[in-house]
Each structure stands twice: as structure tokens, then as C-alpha cells.
Ligand binder design. Structure first.
Ligand code: SF4
Length: 905
């Protein structure tokens, strides 16, 4: 095949809501490289580890490449033609609608879809079928922020922009580990603080995250006590004379009720509720009151709560009371988690909203949209939001569900109920780029979708900036754009459901979809009638609103103090502390907090393919306070059972200085593709905020018990790691505990662990087959049947390329490290089978990689720190943190802990 010359395509990173611009190098068929786009206003050339490694995720294994279908759930799906798949979906939906009504079907979408994809789905559900049963995983992410903005300001979306984060002289960062979840934005505020050290950060988080460790003041509040904290801050701001009466009188309403309410939130009471000192509370209030410009930043820690809307409103109260609004560096700023949660909000792609920020229950708004779409009827019944939707499916009220670009079997709370719902549904359509997600096994039809670097459209980032997403390479297999798939089914459904002569879905390009979406925004707060693909092409990404005739988007909203409410004023809301859905008790004494890791994204369907990204944290692990562990006699590395009434999961535990006594932390990424468990959300309550309907995914009350599973097995194998991972997955359910991950940078390998009471029947044979570790002249075995010890190593050309240690695993870590380093074998082969934790020359030091871009290990950094190196010395010697910078907070934390490192060096 003759390759086309390397071409550069400007596009957008597909992970988080920062929305970094990228330049993709490709030959038209394969992605060859990636760089940050220095002209994109979000990132100015920077990328984090996730963005930088996107090309490594473009492997064909595990991709959904062809439409698949089954008519009998006992049988596997078979490849079918697009026509057969599309006809089947349209026919089954039409039949079910005819028999059971419009609301018997539902759509569950994703903040990772492009705006054009979302638009077509939303029009199909609301404008064609006539149901509002269309919700998205954005419900799990930022619907509390939407409700907060709407209730306070009358309209959705952040008032400010990314520059405000740099201009603020105080940042209040609440419920957000920005250093991990929004790394490039974090780099920007880090640089701003380095340039002007008088800038202050207050971080509110129960955990001492990397973000919290860099704060001037860390308020480590008890989980779920944010509203009490913000009310306590407001109490102090008012009573210490920091209120801006002029702003309050001119631009707000509802102040007196809030003033009365916060009277009871005295510093003493708030300090008790939150578990912080009243001195810290007073300091925080003084800093807030004295700052010229305050920006508050918040994300899942506030939103994923039964009080998510109240938490947002309580932060906004602080800004309204002090006039910290609409000026450079001042305002409340919600950080969206997903790359296009904002775009989804713009097209109204949720059960509770209509296109262009219109309301379902507003008759004028329904009429406007009915006229634009040329239909007589738009339902005034709010649709089912995520939790209620799957509940309705489980109860048989909703018969068919179409899931696109998301993985509810992993991401929803109380996962057992979601599995039950998907088994109960009469018809499940899954539109996906990847086959290896926890939801795909439930699909009757799989519709294969294009993915990053293959798609065309637009996304909107956290600062209301619309960027183009462009295809750099040809769509693999028979994959199609999500907008195209939805359009094809909508055209077929029209024939069943409407008497129209002309199709309302005559879209032939994403640009045609964008142009219709643009029309729906005319006269609305997000008016983008001045935008076009051509303008985005010529002038680059733009913020909305951008009405016809404008030459630029609006950088900052509400600068004039006029809000899109009936009175033109913003509203205070008197919100009271309630706490978490689960309360700790003698039976469930620990707060389980969930969150994100630096180098992983959501359910790991992309990032879990890149061994380099797993070098920082390789496996699911429960972080627990060292004192709590000592009191309960728990050792780091032991398996524990984390349990509550909703279920239990087995996971290794490690001591962590990040979590307070009484709390434990579990990352939300791991799922049944990498683990014997379905993930942390098995334990989360299916309880939601009453306004935003966002479930509480951040907190559950649990108990922790040590589990003794004496039979252990660890295997590592080099080779095609995608293929090895696929082969190992069916075995992850064959022992009580199992975990599969990738290790190594230049020499990637699969690492798999099992633990059980005793050796499960047939597991070792099945494992050897899956990882190609059959007995051969290249292998050597060690057997001790009486002690259930069965070990095998494999050497190719003098290098260790795989091993399996069953029954005794002390050498597993250093043998893994040998393979990670390239497999060079310097010892007698039998040494591999000795029960020893270090190699014969004692050279092994357990170490994770801290700087993933340049492969700098924790051990290397500790050695240099022990010699007295400063941060600048470390950067000069090892270049760590000089590429994407994601590791900088961790290196700085290591330096803060230098006295301890010196003691242990
Ligand atoms: Fe992608 Fe990282 Fe930028 Fe987020 S911060 S958009 S993950 S490169």
C-alpha cells in the first residue's frame, strides 16, 4: 500500500471538558502522532498525559467494526449489513411505540458525542417520536451545575472564561481535583500563581489530593458538608462587613432570606459539622472578603450529590453577596467533566430540557421548537432522567432503549439494578466504538460508530468555546458517524410514524446538522447565528453567544449585572445543610469516596489500552488512612472486602496520607473488563438530587473487612497486549478475586492476578492457554503439588518474556520489573522460582512511574531528593514534569514530604 504523505489535521482532544486543541499527524489511514495546538485558546499548545497518548489508543482490537445483531439472547450476535441493522432498529422501535406508546422507548446518550450527533438524537426523540425520554451520562456529571446556574441566573453555563482563572487573585476550588481531572487548566493556574505568588488558593476537599496539597489553605471537610461550609463562609462575610450592598441591591433578589438563614451557621457550628478548625474557616472568609477578584471552580465533588444543586447555589450565594461577578477574574465556574457535556446542554439533549436552553414545560418554547421542526406535537411531560429511566426499564414500563457512546452498566449507581434493567428490556441497541465495555454484552443490536480522529463535528468546552472536531483518518471497518446512524434510523422511523412527504432528517453532512442547530438558537441566550463551519475554519474556536453580525463571541457574561430572569436580577437561594444519602453507622462506619486518577479516563475503554498510562497506577486499590489500618490490623497489599447493603467488592488496600481517618477512597475507573468486580458504583446509592436528578456517585457508607484468600497466582506475558487482554477477560470471573492490567513502556506486557481459597479447577491451564505460556523448550517449570505451587517461566533468546507463579508469588514484583525493563536475564533460571522478594543481586526497588512522558520513576526521584535536590534540580537532571506537567504536583508533594523521604532513604 502506498502511504499518503503525512498530513496535519486540527481537531480537539476527546477526553475532558478543558477541550484542548490538537494537531493530528496521519497518513490518512493511521494516526502517527499528536501535538497540542499552540493557537487553540484553551491549551495554547499544552496537552496532558491522556491527550499526548491518544495515538496509542488507536488499536483495532476490541473496536466495533461491523453492525451485529441477535434475535435470540441465548446466542451470540452475528455480523449483519447496515440496512438489516437499521431496518431492525427502526421496525422494533416503531412496533413498540405503536403497541405501548411514545414513552415506551428511551435514549441514553453521552457527553462524549459531538453536538451534531446529539442534535439528531434529540430531534428524533422529541420531534419525531414525541417522547422526552432522552437522557445522557451528563446527568451523572454536571446536571447540578446546570440547575445551579438556572436557578440563580436564569440561564445555564459559566459566566466567565479560562482567562478568569488566571486573573483571579483568589481561587476557591471545591470538590475538584483539577490536577488530575482538568490537568491543562491546572497548568494554567499553576503558571499564573508562579508568576504572581500573592495569588491564593483555597481547596475544599475531604481528601488531600494533589490539588489540595498545593493550596494555601486546604479545608478537609467531612464528606457531604459543603453547604454548611459555604453558609458558614457567607455568615462570616456578612458579619465581617465584606458584603457588597450596592451589588446586592442593584442586581439580586432574595438576599434577606439568605441573610436570615445563614445567621444560624456560626463558625463554631460549621467547624463542628465540617470537621475543620474555626480558625481556618475565618481565614478562608477573610481571604474571600479581601480578594479583589475571586473565581470559584467546582465539579463532581459538588455535583454528584443528593444536594448537588444546593451546593452550587451556596457557592453562587458567596459571589452574589460580595459582587464577585461579571468582572475579570470573578465568578462561579463549573468545570465540566466530559468533552461535550456543554454541547449536549446546548441542543437540549436531556430529559428535562428542549433545544437551545428552552424548557419542556414552557408552552412558548414548545411552540417555537415545534415550528422550527415542522411538527404539531411536542410532549410537555418531562422525560425520564438517568436513574429513573433504568428503573422504568427494569419495571417493564420502558421496553426499548438505545444507548450511544456510554457505558451505564459501569457508570450508573447500584450497578446490579442496571444489569437487571438491561436484561429485562425487550430491545437494547448499543451504538459504540468499542466492543469491550460492560454494556455491550446486553445489546441485541450493536451499531459500530466512528471515534476520535475519525469523526467530524463540533464540541463546546467548559468556557462555552465551540471547536471543530475533524477526521484525520478514514473510518475503520464499516463504522459510521453517530449523527449518520441516528439520521438513517430517523428516516426509516418517519415512514412508520408520520405522514410527512418530505423527510425532516435530510442531513447529508454534520455541517447541515450544525446549520439547523444554529437556527434553533436565534434570540436565545446562546445565540450562535453568527457562527458557521467556515468561520470556525477561518477564525478558529469561538465562545458563545455569537449572534449574527458579531465579530467575536462573548468572553464574559453578566458584566452589566443584568440576568436573563423575569426581573433581570440574579437570585439568592436559602439552602440548608442536609449531608449525604448514606449515613455512617456502627454497621457501616467508613465514608467511601470515589474519584479520578491522573492518567485514566472514565471506564478506561481508551486509556486502559495504553500501558504507559497504567505505569502511574496499575490496578484498582483502596486508599485507607494508616492509623485506621493499624487499629484494624490491616497491612498494605492485603485484600479487603468493601461492603454495604447494596453489595460488596474485593480490592487490595494501601496506606495513604491523602485520606482522613474514617474515610477510604476508591477510583471510579476500574470495571469488569479489568477486574473481577463491576466497579465502585456497585456500592453507590441510586439516590439523586431532587432538582438536578443527579445521583450521588461520590459517597457511600461501607464497612471494611480483611479477606484471607490463601491461593494466589500472578502471571505476566509479553506480546500483543490487546490480544492478551481480550483473551484473559473471560477468566476474570473464575476466581474470587482477579485483576488484569498492562505494564511497561517500551516493552508492554499483560499482568494478571488471581486469589481464591484454593486453586480453582482448570484455571491454570486456561490461563496458560490465554497468555500463550504452554509448556515448550523455551519454558521451565517448578512444581510442588503438595503445597499447590506451580510455577512456569519462559525465556526467549535469553530474555524473560513471561511467567506464571501459582501458589507462591513472592518474586512476582521483581520478575514483572525484569520484563518491564526488557527481560534481560542475568541469573540462573531456577532463581526465578525462589520465594524471594528481590533478585539475587538485590537490585530491585519497587517503584511506580511518576513522570509518564519521560518515564521517571518514584525511586529515581526519591534518590535525588535524598541528595538534597530542589524541584529545579530534579527538572534539570531528569527532565521530569517538563513535557505535559501532569506529574508536577506529585513531585512537589514528594519534596514537601522530603524529611520523611530522607529518613527512609
Ligand atoms: Fe485532553 Fe488532557 Fe486537554 Fe483534558 S486536559 S482536553 S484530557 S489533553
Amino acid at each position: 500500500m502506498t502511504l499518503k504523505p503525512i498530513q496535519q489535521t486540527h481537531s480537539t482532544c476527546c477526553y475532558c471538558g478543558v477541550g484542548c486543541g490538537v494537531r493530528i499527524a496521519s497518513d490518512g489511514q493511521r494516526v502517527l502522532g499528536i501535538e497540542g495546538d499552540e493557537f487553540h485558546p484553551a491549551n495554547l499548545g499544552r496537552l496532558c498525559t491522556k491527550g499526548r497518548t491518544l495515538p496509542l489508543t488507536m488499536t483495532p482490537t476490541g473496536r466495533a467494526l461491523y453492525p451485529e445483531m441477535r434475535t435470540d439472547r441465548r446466542l451470540p450476535r452475528q455480523r449483519v449489513s447496515w440496512d438489516e441493522a437499521l431496518d431492525t432498529v427502526a421496525n422494533r422501535f416503531a412496533d413498540i411505540i405503536r403497541e405501548h406508546g411514545r414513552d415506551s422507548v428511551a435514549f441514553y446518550l453521552s457527553g462524549q458525542l459531538l453536538t451534531e450527533d446529539y442534535y439528531v438524537f434529540n430531534k428524533m426523540a422529541k420531534g419525531l417520536i414525541g417522547t422526552n425520554n432522552i437522557d445522557t451520562n451528563s446527568r451523572l456529571c454536571m446536571s447540578s451545575a446546570v440547575m445551579g446556574y438556572k436557578k440563580a441566573f436564569g440561564a445555564d453555563a459559566p459566566p466567565g472564561n479560562y482567562e478568569d482563572l488566571e486573573l483571579a487573585d483568589l481561587l476557591l476550588i471545591a470538590g475538584s481535583n483539577m490536577a488530575y481531572a482538568h490537568p491543562v487548566l491546572f497548568r494554567r493556574i499553576e503558571a499564573a500563581k508562579a508568576a504572581d505568588p500573592s495569588k491564593r488558593w483555597i481547596v475544599v476537599d475531604p481528601r488531600r489530593t494533589d490539588t489540595a496539597a498545593m493550596a494555601d489553605l486546604h479545608l478537609a471537610i467531612n464528606p457531604g458538608t459543603d453547604v454548611a461550609l459555604f453558609n458558614g463562609l457567607l455568615h462570616l462575610l456578612l458579619w465581617e462587613g465584606y458584603a457588597d450592598r450596592r451589588y446586592i441591591d442593584a442586581h439580586t433578589e432574595g438576599f434577606e432570606a439568605v441573610k436570615d438563614m445563614v445567621r444560624e451557621y456560626t463558625p463554631k457550628l460549621v467547624a463542628d459539622i465540617c470537621g475543620i478548625s474555626d480558625t481556618d474557616l475565618i481565614t478562608a472568609a477573610q481571604w474571600f472578603g479581601q480578594a479583589k477578584a475571586v473565581t470559584s471552580l467546582y465539579s463532581m465533588g459538588l455535583n454528584q450529590s443528593i444536594q448537588g444543586t444546593d451546593k452550587n447555589l451556596a457557592v453562587i450565594n458567596l459571589h452574589l453577596a460580595t459582587g464577585q461577578m461579571g468582572r475579570p477574574g470573578a465568578g462561579p465556574f463549573s468545570l465540566t467533566g466530559q468533552p461535550n457535556a456543554m454541547g449536549g446542554r446546548e441542543v437540549g439533549g436531556m430529559a428535562t430540557m428542549l433545544a437551545a436552553h428552552r424548557d419542556i414545560q414552557n408552552p412558548a418554547h414548545r411552540s417555537e421548537m415545534a415550528a422550527i421542526w415542522g411538527v404539531d406535537y411536542l410532549s410537555d411531560t418531562p422525560g425520564l432522567s438517568a436513574v429513573d429511566m433504568f428503573d422504568a426499564i427494569r419495571r417493564g414500563q420502558v421496553k426499548a432503549v438505545w444507548i450511544a457512546c456510554t457505558n451505564p452498566a459501569h457508570s450508573m449507581p447500584e450497578q446490579a439494578l442496571i444489569a437487571e434493567a438491561l436484561k429485562t428490556a425487550e430491545f437494547v441497541v448499543v451504538q459504540e466504538a468499542f466492543l469491550d465495555t460492560d454494556t455491550v454484552p446486553f445489546a441485541d443490536v450493536v451499531l459500530p460508530a466512528t471515534s476520535w480522529a475519525e469523526k467530524e463535528g463540533t464540541v463546546t468546552n467548559s468556557e462555552r468555546r465551540i471547536s471543530r472536531v475533524r477526521a484525520a483518518i478514514a473510518a475503520p471497518g464499516e463504522t459510521q458517524g453517530d449523527w449518520w446512524i441516528a439520521t438513517q434510523v430517523a428516516k426509516r422511523l418517519e415512514k412508520h410514524l408520520t405522514p410527512f412527504k418530505m423527510s425532516r432528517f435530510a442531513f447529508d453532512t454534520p455541517e447541515a446538522v450544525f446549520n439547523e442547530h444554529r437556527k434553533t438558537t436565534e434570540g436565545m441566550d446562546l445565540d450562535i447565528t453568527g457562527l458557521s463551519y467556515a468561520l470556525l475554519e477561518n477564525q478558529g474556536p469561538q465562545q458563545w453567544p455569537f449572534p449574527a453580525g458579531a465579530t467575536t463571541g462573548l468572553a464574559r457574561r453578566y458584566s452589566d449585572g443584568v440576568f436573563p430572569t423575569a426581573s433581570g436580577k440574579a437570585s439568592f437561594h436559602a439552602v440548608r445543610h442536609i449531608g449525604t444519602a448514606d449515613k455512617t453507622s456502627a454497621r457501616y462506619p467508613f465514608h467511601l469516596i470515589t474519584g479520578r486518577l491522573r492518567d485514566q479516563w472514565h471506564g478506561m475503554s481508551r486509556t486502559g489500552r495504553v500501558s504507559q498510562l497504567l505505569e502511574h497506577v496499575a490496578e484498582a486499590c483502596l486508599s485507607m488512612n494508616a492509623d485506621d489500618m493499624a487499629r484494624r490490623g490491616i497491612q498494605s497489599g492485603q485484600l479487603v472486602k468493601v461492603a454495604n447493603a447494596r453489595g460488596s467488592i474485593l480490592v487490595p488496600v494501601e496506606a495513604s496520607a491523602e485520606v482522613a481517618s474514617g474515610s477510604v477512597f476508591l477510583p471510579m475507573h476500574w470495571n469488569a473488563q479489568f477486574w473481577s468486580e463491576p466497579g465502585a458504583n456497585r456500592l453507590m446509592p441510586a439516590k439523586a438530587d431532587p432538582y438536578s436528578l443527579q445521583p450521588e456517585l461520590k459517597h457511600a457508607a461501607v464497612r471494611i473487612d480483611v479477606v484471607n484468600l490463601p491461593w494466589q497466582c500472578v502471571a505476566v506475558r509479553q506480546g500483543d497486549v490487546d490480544e492478551l487482554m481480550q483473551a484473559i477477560r473471560p477468566l476474570l470471573k473464575q476466581s474470587r478475586f482477579a485483576s488484569a492490567t498492562l505494564i511497561g513502556r517500551e516493552n508492554p506486557a499483560l499482568l494478571v492476578r488471581f486469589a481464591d481459597e484454593s486453586e480453582p479447577d482448570g484455571l491454570i491451564n486456561a490461563l496458560d492457554t490465554a497468555i500463550h505460556l504452554h509448556s515448550s523448550p523455551e519454558t521451565q517449570d517448578y512444581l510442588d503439588p503438595a503445597r499447590q505451587i506451580n510455577k512456569r517461566g519462559r525465556w526467549d533468546a535469553g530474555r524473560l518474556t513471561g511467567f506464571r507463579l501459582a501458589g507462591e508469588t513472592k518474586a512476582a514484583d521483581w520478575l514483572s520489573d525484569v520484563i518491564r525493563q526488557g527481560g534481560e536475564w542475568r541469573w540462573a533460571r531456577l532463581q526465578a522460582f525462589a520465594p524471594r522478594a528481590t533478585p539475587p543481586d538485590g537490585s530491585y526497588q519497587p517503584a511506580k512511574t511518576v513522570c509518564n512522558c519521560l518515564g521517571v520513576s518514584e525511586a529515581t526521584l526519591k534518590q535525588s531528593i535524598a541528595k538534597g535536590c530542589s524541584f529545579e534540580d530534579l527538572q534539570q537532571q531528569h527532565k521530569c514534569g517538563t513535557q505535559c506537567g501532569s506529574c508536577v504536583p506529585e513531585i512537589k508533594r514528594m519534596l514537601q514530604n522530603a524529611p520523611r523521604i530522607l529518613q527512609t532513604a
